[in-house]
Design a protein around this ligand. Sequence first.
Ligand SMILES: CC(C)(COP(=O)(O)OP(=O)(O)OC[C@H]1O[C@@H](n2cnc3c(N)ncnc32)[C@H](O)[C@@H]1OP(=O)(O)O)[C@@H](O)C(=O)NCCC(=O)NCCS
Length: 154
Amino acid sequence: MTIRAFRLEDARPCAEIMAANTLWQRYGVTVETAVRNFASGLERGAALFVSEDDDEVDGFLWLEPGGAFGRSGYVRLIGVRPDRQGSGLGQDLMAYAETFLFRSTGDVFLLVSDFNLDAQRFYQRLGYVQVGALPDYVLPGVAELIYRKRRPVG
Ligand SMILES: CC(C)(COP(=O)(O)OP(=O)(O)OC[C@H]1O[C@@H](n2cnc3c(N)ncnc32)[C@H](O)[C@@H]1OP(=O)(O)O)[C@@H](O)C(=O)NCCC(=O)NCCS
């Protein structure tokens, strides 16, 4: 498994990963909207990465070094191809995200849907702690939970 910088041709496979996930289906994401979103992020120089195995893209990361409150790191998107979930790839992607973000910030933040209990367990196991909630922030009736991790000492 390799993690490398995102290229324009990764937009479609990553969009397909998003559109195949029930999480993002609930947020109305389609292959077309996700392709446009990745392509415009890339054009703006966003910190986008993919993981690949045997030349096949199986996960992605979208990081924003000052994306939380203009001073802290923000994990904007993380996704793993549905047939690869639960095999440790997400953990490797988050380790990469933290190495990248903790270089310039003491805190990493992310949002997770209140109904996404599997992802909440995933982040808690990695040391993230819920510090707040944003009711009805993206979807009516759904709260986006704010999770934070401080840079480990040492
Ligand atoms: C969340 C996600 C990135 C984790 O990556 P992963 O490779 O599946 O995770 P790992 O194998 O490293 O760790 C396994 C843990 O991930 C979580 N997980 C597994 N499948 C998941 C899924 N479909 N959705 C959310 N979390 C999942 C569980 O907590 C699991 O722990 P468990 O075995 O005790 O149940 C990945 O499952 C995913 O893309 N899920 C769908 C999109 C999503 O929820 N993104 C996060 C939005 S905030």
